[in-house]
Design a protein around this ligand. Sequence first.
Ligand code: ATP
Ligand code: MG
Length: 224
Amino acid sequence: MLLQLQNITKGYGEPGSHSYRAVLNKLDLQVASGEKIAIVGPSGSGKTTLLNLVGALDQPEQGDILFEGKDITGYSTAELATFRNKHLGFVFQLHHLMPQLSLMENVLLPLLPQGKGISKEQKEWAEYLIRKVGIWEQRDQKPSQLSGGECQRTAVVRALMNKPKLLLADEPTGALDEENAKELTELLVKLSNEEGVTLVAVTHAAALADRMDKKYLLKNGKLV
Ligand SMILES: Nc1ncnc2c1ncn2[C@@H]1O[C@H](COP(=O)(O)OP(=O)(O)OP(=O)(O)O)[C@@H](O)[C@H]1O
Ligand SMILES: [Mg+2]
C-alpha cells in the first residue's frame, strides 16, 4: 500500500468544548500504488479536510497516516515539508499560478527553493510534460494570456515537476467548463497511467469521479 489512513479523527475547535465540530470520525482509507481514487461528498462533508491530512498540510487528532508503511503523523514541521517536496504533488480548484511569471517560469518555480539551480534533466522533464499536455506553444505567455483550461494544465505540470508518487487534486476541474473539465480529466488519467502516479481526487464532478478506479463517498465522517 502506498497510503494508509487508520482510524483518523479530525474536527475543528477545542475537542470536548461546545464549539467543537467533528468532521472526520474514525476514518479508514487504503490506496495502492498507481491507483486512482475519487472522493465525493456534499459541501462541508470534510473532503478538503481529508486531503489536507493526506497532503501533510494538517495533522489528525487521532489515528495514523502511513506512507509506504511509515507513519508520518509524528513528523516535525521540517520533516513534513521535506516529505511533501519529495513525494507529493498538488492541484487545486484555482490554479494559483503567479501572474507575473510565464507558463514556463511557473512550472519551474517549485524547483527554485531547492537552491541547486535547474538542471538540464529538469528542463527536459518540464518540456516533456508541457508538450504532453499540449501547451508548448503558450510556454512564454503569462496566466492572464492563457485560457482557464491551459492554466489548469500548467498547474498539473507544475505539480508533476518533482515526479511525485502521489498527486492530490482538490476539485481540479471545478473552475472549468464542461469541455475543458473533460479534457483535464482525461489528461489526469493519462498522466497517472503513463507516469505511474497515484491519484487522489476530490470532486463534485461525476465525469471525473467515474474515470477513477474507485469512488468513495464521504459521509458522516467516514468513507463508504
Ligand atoms: N479551519 C477551519 N476552522 C473551522 N472549521 C473548519 C475549518 N475548515 C473547515 N471547517 C469546517 O469543517 C467542515 C468540512 O470542511 P471541508 O472544507 O473539509 O469541506 P468540503 O467537503 O471540502 O466542502 P466543499 O465541497 O464545499 O469544498 C465544514 O463544516 C467547515 O465549515
Ligand atoms: Mg473542499
